[in-house]
Design a binder for this molecule. Structure first.
Ligand SMILES: Nc1ncnc2c1ncn2[C@@H]1O[C@H](COP(=O)(O)OP(=O)(O)OP(=O)(O)O)[C@@H](O)[C@H]1O
Ligand SMILES: [Mg+2]
Length: 589
């Protein structure tokens, strides 16, 4: 008897249904999941034109019995689920019996396989859901699935595919998830007949260093926590090694990659105030939990899960991360009281950090919601950027009082109170400096004391090649190699970290910043866009403590440049409450 059987209609109706084949990356995901479920020790993924031309996934797993071949491509036919009871104890990544069927319907599909117990393999060809041929063939143990002519019969869906580069990137993201979720499997990726990489079975942290950033080597901390029901293991990065999106937070539940905002929020929350607002660490985390505590039949893409006891899961994950960060803090903290005084006059950095911790932070999920906005909304005062109060050339005459929430600078002039968003201000400052230098062809550059070598994946290497000229113009000194770049020099005044450079490459590539305040022709000029991105990625951030001296120096530069009062992305950075408005609020006028 074969292994694959059709689900009863009743059971099939209980499976989260829906279309999951949207683009090559969805196919790569489904095929790689099948290889994992088949017990593969190594998986090879080959893509033509980002997967648009063809996708081939080959594994050395158990293979498919010859008698099962017909069923494998039928709807609701699976070897992984038999009864409703099993639905609550799913041990495999797949369980719906739908993936091969839905791929076969919209493409040309070829499956060649040999089951470990059989001497001869089988080849099955499908086009648009119809079997076109079937034969006995010789094949190594395991399975190769090739998908081509994707969406040949659904032109509307084909139209929605992105460029080959965009589709390739999406596939790469999927492959990376498998690299982090299945450290015991060797994974090889080939694109347009050229090997992109082969990654041997290796500990997850090593894989992270190879795939995300070499600089993570000393910045990842092992997480290991067990409360008797739930085990959490993985890695989190140092609190000052962060990025502006959660894209490097990889979450797995029983080795299944999941997308879960609450879990991400739990992780960032566990860092408390050591993580700047809107910042995310690098984290690779697997939660191991008995199967009956988690429902994986939530949506057809199988990337969402429901926990029967959410609170317990959040609590355990939070503790796991917090313990790790605290332990690491103990090992690293070397307080040096008396130095590095900041705007909380007379207090040391530690004291003000403690203060910052007491100041309630606005919800990080809503970074645009400032404390000031809330306070004024309630009292119907309407502060507006009154440019005449902070005219060009007047920033350096402001009195600097304090930082609010380590994000806003509180200053005053005789005419009123001035609140400044430190990140947006610095961003504008850097941007204008870069623009001025590029206009006057005064290329300025600041040598790094220690040049930094970054190993980059192929998609970032290709972005780098495209951007090389622009980066050089604005002051980057780069030596580009085969799979790495040495950064020797950076534009003056910018802060260099490996991750911020990677973020820069990614954001230019995805063009994910809005740049609404760039003048029309600037918006389409890649050089300006790169300058705006460099400014954004290199500016001081919300959450950074700044000394009075540093703030004053920035104010002087603002005056020198005489610049617009908004960041290059269009956000205003100055909020003025005039004395008159203040007096009105206190009924003095
Ligand atoms: N690479 C493979 N190696 C061995 N068996 C495979 C492989 N790919 C598919 N199969 C067999 O074909 C069946 C159908 O695969 P398919 O991906 O369509 O469904 P599934 O994995 O059971 O569920 P899901 O739709 O959730 O992925 C699987 O249950 C499995 O028995
Ligand atoms: Mg499957």
């Amino acid at each position: 008897m074969g292994n694959i059987a059709r689900l009863s209609d009743d059971l099939a109706s209980k499976i989260a249904a829906g279309e999951v084949i949207e683009r090559p990356a969805s196919i790569v995901k489904e095929l790689m999941e099948n290889s994992v479920d088949a017990g593969a020790g190594s998986i090879s993924v080959e893509l033509g034109n980002g997967g648009i031309d063809y996708i081939r996934v080959r594994d050395d797993g158990d293979g498919i019995l010859s008698e099962d071949m017909g069923l494998a491509v039928q709807r609701h036919a699976t070897s992984k689920l038999r009864s409703e009871l099993e639905l609550y104890e799913i041990e495999t990544l797949g369980f719906r019996g739908e993936a091969l069927y839905s791929i076969g319907v919209v493409s040309e599909l070829e499956i060649v396989t040999r089951h470990r117990t059989e001497a001869m393999g089988t080849r099955l060809g499908i086009r648009g859901g119809t079997v076109t041929d079937r034969s006995a063939v010789a094949h190594d143990r395991g399975t190769s699935v090739t998908v081509s002519s994707l969406f040949f019969n659904t032109p509307a869906r084909k139209k929605f595919l992105g460029s080959a580069q965009a589709e390739y990137r999406a596939c790469l993201d999927v492959v990376d998830r498998f690299i982090f979720g299945h450290s015991d499997i060797g994974i090889r990726l080939v694109h347009n007949s050229r090997e992109s990489f082969t990654i041997q079975p290796a500990p997850v942290d090593m894989r992270a260093v190879l795939r995300i950033d070499q600089g993570l080597k000393d910045r990842l901390y092992g997480v290991a926590y067990d409360n008797g029901i739930l085990r959490v293991d993985g890695f989190v990065s140092d609190p000052d090694y962060t990025t502006n999106s959660s894209r490097f937070v990889y979450l797995f539940v029983n080795k299944r990659y999941v997308i879960d905002k609450s879990l991400v929020y739990t992780i960032t929350g566990a860092y408390s105030t050591s993580l700047g607002r809107g910042r995310y660490p690098v984290a690779i985390m697997n939660l191991s939990i008995p199967r009956h505590f988690v429902d994986v039949n939530v949506n057809p893409t199988k990337t969402a899960v429901k926990f029967s006891d959410k609170a317990m899961v959040y609590d355990a994950l939070g503790r796991a991360v917090r313990d790790t960060i605290d332990r690491r803090s103990v090992a690293y903290s070397a307080p040096d009281p008396g130095t590095d005084r900041d705007v909380y006059r007379g207090e040391t950095k530690e004291a003000s950090a403690a203060y910052a911790a007491r100041v309630q932070r606005p919800d990080v999920r809503d970074p645009g919601h400032s404390t000031m906005g809330r306070a004024t909304a309630g009292r119907s005062v309407h502060p507006s950027p009154q440019q005449d109060l902070v005219r060009k050339g007047e920033f350096s005459s402001l009195n600097v009082h304090a930082q609010l929430d380590a994000t806003y600078i509180i200053a005053s002039s005789p005419d009123g109170m001035v609140l400044i968003d430190q990140h947006a201000m610095h961003e504008r400052l850097l941007f204008e400096g870069l623009v001025r230098d590029s206009r006057t062809h005064r290329r300025q550059s600041q040598l790094l004391i220690a040049p930094q070598e970054l190993f980059l994946n192929e998609s970032r290497m290709s972005t780098l090649a495209e951007m090389q000229g622009a980066l050089d113009t604005i002051g980057y000194g780069l030596t580009i190699g085969h799979d790495s770049v040495i950064v020797n020099a950076v534009p003056p005044g910018t802060v260099f970290t490996p991750l911020s450079f990677i973020e820069l490459l990614d954001s230019v590539k995805n063009d994910d910043s809005s740049h609404t305040d760039l003048a029309g022709d600037q918006r389409t000029d890649p050089l300006y866009r790169i300058m705006a991105d460099v400014a954004c990625k290199s500016a001081v951030r919300a959450g950074d403590l700044l000394s009075v001296e540093k703030i004053k120096a920035l104010f002087m530069q603002l005056d020198e440049l005489g610049i617009p009062l908004s960041c290059p992305h269009g956000r205003p950075f100055v909020l003025v409450l005039s004395l008159a408005e203040i007096q009105k609020s206190f009924h003095r006028r």
